[in-house]
Design a protein around this ligand. Structure first.
Ligand SMILES: *Cc1c(COP(=O)(O)O)cnc(C)c1O
Length: 229
């Protein structure tokens, strides 16, 4: 079941890349495995997935030792500063940095463990009250402030678009995030690259790829619906 799902997501990713005149290797597929049991992650791994996304530190810590070492873990959920120490050195990327305070703690832990941490700044493009992330207006200054910190590297931007049945409705938000990344890139800030644009989920990843996404985070489309207790 999971293998079939991955095959069909993969095909959609390829089709979207083709439509947009992009190479397939410009887009990373992150399988969002939050709430799902290890057996399902293992199935995805056997089907070729190496990038997994989780949104809770505890769950991530529980899963890491049980999966092969070549898995790249992506922290995609809201992060509290007191939990940063568990993540640094263990995850490939933190997608959800939305304050200087949090970035400072990541930097501090990076220095302590002598690693450089790749992060994305999360932007609440649609301005939804229920969502984390800085505003479009705040983002450039935050990127600049983070760039001045040691052992932390801003790789790009991330957004969670509104939940919708109609992916076309989110196109405007993907366009806005892409434009924001271009604007920030043009400032040529030291220690900052805008090479990653983490946008697109099960409901809208094709549209996100058409608008320049380099990283789609697909959960339901691979593992099925999540059941929360
Ligand atoms: C849960 C989650 C996803 C995956 O959502 P699906 O709609 O199941 O694909 C992607 N990104 C973030 C930040 C999430 O929390």
């Amino acid at each position: 079941m999971i293998r079939e799902n991955i095959d069909s997501v993969e095909k959609m990713v390829e089709d979207s890349c083709r439509r947009a005149g992009r190479n397939r290797d410009e887009v990373l597929l992150v399988a969002v495995s939050k709430t799902k049991p290890l057996s399902m992650l293992q199935e995805a791994y056997e089907a070729g997935i190496r990038d997994f996304g989780e949104n809770k530190v505890q769950e991530l810590m529980d899963k890491i030792p049980s999966m092969p070492e070549d898995v790249r873990w992506h922290m995609i959920g809201h992060l509290q500063t007191n939990k940063v120490k568990y993540l640094v050195g263990r995850v490939a990327m933190i997608h959800s940095v939305d304050s200087l305070h949090l970035a400072e703690e990541i930097s501090r832990q990076g220095v302590k463990q002598n690693v450089t941490v790749d992060i994305l700044v999360e932007v609440n493009v649609a301005g939804e009250e229920s969502k984390y992330g800085v505003t479009m207006e705040e983002a450039p200054a935050l990127v600049e402030q983070i760039a001045a910190l040691p052992n932390i590297h801003v790789r790009g931007l991330m957004t969670i678009a509104p939940f919708t049945e109609i992916p076309e409705e989110n196109r405007i938000f993907f366009q806005k995030l892409k434009q924001l990344s271009i604007d920030i890139e043009q400032k040529s800030i030291d220690n900052v690259s805008m090479s990653v644009l983490s946008m697109g989920m099960t409901g809208d990843y094709c549209t996100a790829i058409e608008e320049g996404s380099t990283c789609v985070r697909v959960g339901t489309g691979i593992f099925g619906e999540r059941i929360y207790q």
